[in-house]
Design a protein around this ligand. Sequence first.
Ligand code: MN
Length: 424
Amino acid sequence: MTNPTNDPSRRSFVEVAPDSHFPIQNLPYGVCRPRAGGSARCCTAIGDRIVDLAALESLGLLPDISEQPVFSVSSLNAFAALGRTAWSAVRRAVSDLLDVDNSVLRDNAEWQQQVFSEQSAVDMLLPMEVGDYTDFYSSKEHATNVGIMFRGVDNALQPNWLHLPVGYHGRASSVVVSGHPIRRPSGQKMPPDADTPVFGPSQAMDFELEMGFYIGPGTEVGQAVAADTAEDRIFGMSLVNDWSARDIQRWEYVPLGPFLGKNFATSVAPWIVSLEALEPFRCDGPEQSPAPLSYLGGNARHAFDVQLEVALTTAQMPARHVLSRSNFRYLYWSMTQQLAHHTCNGCNVNPGDLLASGTISGSTADSLGSMLELAWKGERPVALPSGESRKMLQDGDTVIMSGFAQGDGYRIGFGEVTGEITSA
Ligand code: MN
């Protein structure tokens, strides 16, 4: 039986433009605070409007999923921890309440006053309290490109890459929500042809186009998550920009991997899209050869067709210029394989943990997910319509990432994750 919340013909009494990221089929989760004052609360979106889940909860319009209120709080962690049955029940209830044929909210002006606000009337906050953040390296195209640049074409992919989803432990404390300015980091670097390192502002600020997923129900230390049940622990997906200072990274990364070149900031979009909303866009990942060890499961039917875009504005170029278009489905390693691998040794995960994909590059020159690749280490500067060019990001540059899954007459959008580079 098809899920009625995913029915393409379902319409809301709230008007939604065909290119809106937030039709009734989406219902992403976020946390907002009214600009006019008031506390942070959980919300969803329909068209241009915010739907206050705390208000729906206190009006008694949501199913009984917990003894305690879970939406009149400043993060989605408690709700995420409840698991799939609770997520589905709330999604179904909200979808029904917003349905054009349902009079409960549609015909109650007083309740609407409490429940709806314009997107412009709220500030979107970090949706989750992120306790731990892991970044993978799951695009074969990206790993190959970086490998060619750093080690040459013969050693591009390390011997482990086709056998396990390579990752590193990032820094949760510096995960920031979209719109947060990104101050150019300073650090230690070894300039080309120099004998001794120097300390100073990074001259190689880069973005990485990624998507991440948040953990719902956590695990105990010692417990491995089986690949075939891993999706039960995925609360939803979000856009991620893994800011990278390439000069700091290049000097520090041997032998333990990324450190200060990455952990100064990671930006996330305010919206988390459920796998239930993405179900119609489920597809196969790329063919995996050699076949992964059995604990990793496969990537068939574990990818999602999500179109991604990176755009840039500069101080001299206020109109957005698209740098790249990619797709989540290009990733070699699936989210279920990442989670199965992350926990196979008994490493536990907690509600709100963020696991990001790694840079999502495609196989063509216009689908690369970082400036490092687009400008090929600075050898092919990217020309902008303003007459400027870029090898790396400059102060005043704003990177805007967005993405959506295109349905028949509607799109399941992820909103945007943006960040402006400010001076050191
Ligand atoms: Mn990354």
